[in-house]
Ligand binder design. Structure first.
Ligand code: NAP
Length: 355
């Protein structure tokens, strides 16, 4: 039986993506074959295509960090899971495909009745947001948080989860996204027109308790300036290294990657050494998942519960067919996307009674 998947043929721009048709993968011992319903499109996919993400596999590879699908076939030695069950996973790469085979331990059951595109939005963006808020720093009701990239995939997740926790929220965004940010309960700050550090002090008097920073580089330092005494910056991305300078450059990313990581280490050390008890903490979903796989599973189950209760509602920017993966990545890389772009496969709907 054949299926379609997307491959990255070389590190570079969107032309590196190709749609191929080939034999379906067979589940090995301990593996489950999953029919993919929804695969998330994210900046880490774009960074892997460019070769600048720490998790970049050797080419050719299939991109796609996060997926929701239906169990189709079981490999030898698999038990406790049935064909037809709906599951979610964070394979880090491989999700842009109609069928994938994954070790059973990677699969988390998805409750019945959830929309596949909304469910897949939780797997990368909401887990990142949730773990930064509750595992990297333990936010408390009433605290102030500043979210950079507040209208983005992770940014909107942070805003929705911040509202559930009862935080006072500020979010940087372009002016076109200001209403999205204010509708989600935060005061928007236009980072193109305003100095966010000055604006934070004007609005709060003495700064915020926590800043979530996906921009990276010297921006982490600016974020630290927006903190109150004892506050924390959680750094979780390097948008600064791919927007403008690096994106679609086709340059191999090793040097850029190591430069970014070295700069990060300096900011972390500076955070400890300089006065004010202000910390700079890195977050990486893949590192924490490897160190604490049970947290990933527990946190995803918590998030599915919040989705079922209607306490969070992922914003789906677009649902596109798998064959439009290139267009999806181009849209995301241009910026200005609000929420999550999802590639929909195999009909993309969850069947009633899944899981
Ligand atoms: N460490 C981890 O485990 C982890 C996990 C998931 C994602 N990430 C990283 O998180 C980052 C964001 O991912 P995403 O999926 O949320 O991306 P996204 O949906 O494309 O959102 C990125 C946002 O960044 C904003 N932006 C760009 N430059 C900015 C600046 N100088 N100041 C403030 N905002 C700025 C854009 O805002 P406007 O459009 O409003 O200008 C856009 O909304 C990526 O770097 C990704 O690699 C890390």
């Amino acid at each position: 039986m054949r299926h379609t998947r997307v491959i990255v043929t070389h590190y570079g721009g969107p032309d590196a993506l190709r749609v191929v048709e080939e034999e379906r993968p067979e589940p090995k011992d301990g593996e489950v074959q999953v029919r993919v319903l929804a695969a998330g499109v994210s900046l880490p996919d774009v960074m892997a295509r460019e070769g600048v993400h720490p998790e970049t596999p050797p080419v050719p590879f299939t991109p796609g960090w996060d997926l929701v699908g239906v169990v189709d076939r079981l490999g030898d030695g698999v038990s406790g899971i049935e064909p037809g069950q709906v599951v979610a996973a964070l394979p880090i790469h491989g999700a842009y495909a109609e069928f994938v085979c994954l070790p059973q331990r990677e699969l988390v059951p998805v409750p019945s009745g959830l929309d596949a595109a909304e469910a897949v939005s939780l797997v990368l963006n909401y887990i990142t947001a949730y773990q930064m808020m509750h595992r990297s720093v333990e936010v408390r009701p009433g605290q102030r948080m500043l979210i950079h990239g507040a209208a983005g995939g992770v940014g909107t997740a942070l805003l929705q989860l911040g509202r559930v926790t009862g935080l006072e929220m500020y979010g940087t965004c372009s002016s076109r996204n200001a209403s999205v940010v204010s509708d989600l309960g935060a005061i928007p700050i236009d980072y193109h027109q305003q100095d966010f550090v000055k604006e934070i002090f004007r609005l709060t008097g003495d700064g915020v308790d926590v800043v979530f920073d996906p921009i990276g580089g010297p921006h982490l330092w600016q974020s630290r300036k927006a903190l109150r005494r004892g506050g924390s910056v959680v750094g979780y991305g390097l948008i600064s290294s791919i927007r403008g300078e690096g994106l679609a450059s086709g340059r191999p990313g090793q040097r850029q990657r190591f430069r970014g990581t070295a700069a990060f280490a300096l900011y972390i050390a500076g955070g400890w050494l300089l006065p004010g008890r202000k910390r700079v903490t890195p977050y990486s979903i893949q590192t924490l998942k490897r160190l604490k796989p049970t947290w990933f599973r527990q946190d995803l189950i918590t998030l599915f519960d919040l989705l079922q209760q209607g306490k969070v509602k992922p914003i789906i920017a677009q649902r596109l067919p798998l064959a439009e993966a290139r267009h999806a990545q181009e849209l995301l890389a241009e910026g200005g996307v609000t929420g999550k772009i999802v590639l929909v496969c195999n009909g993309g709907m969850l069947e009633p009674g899944g899981a």
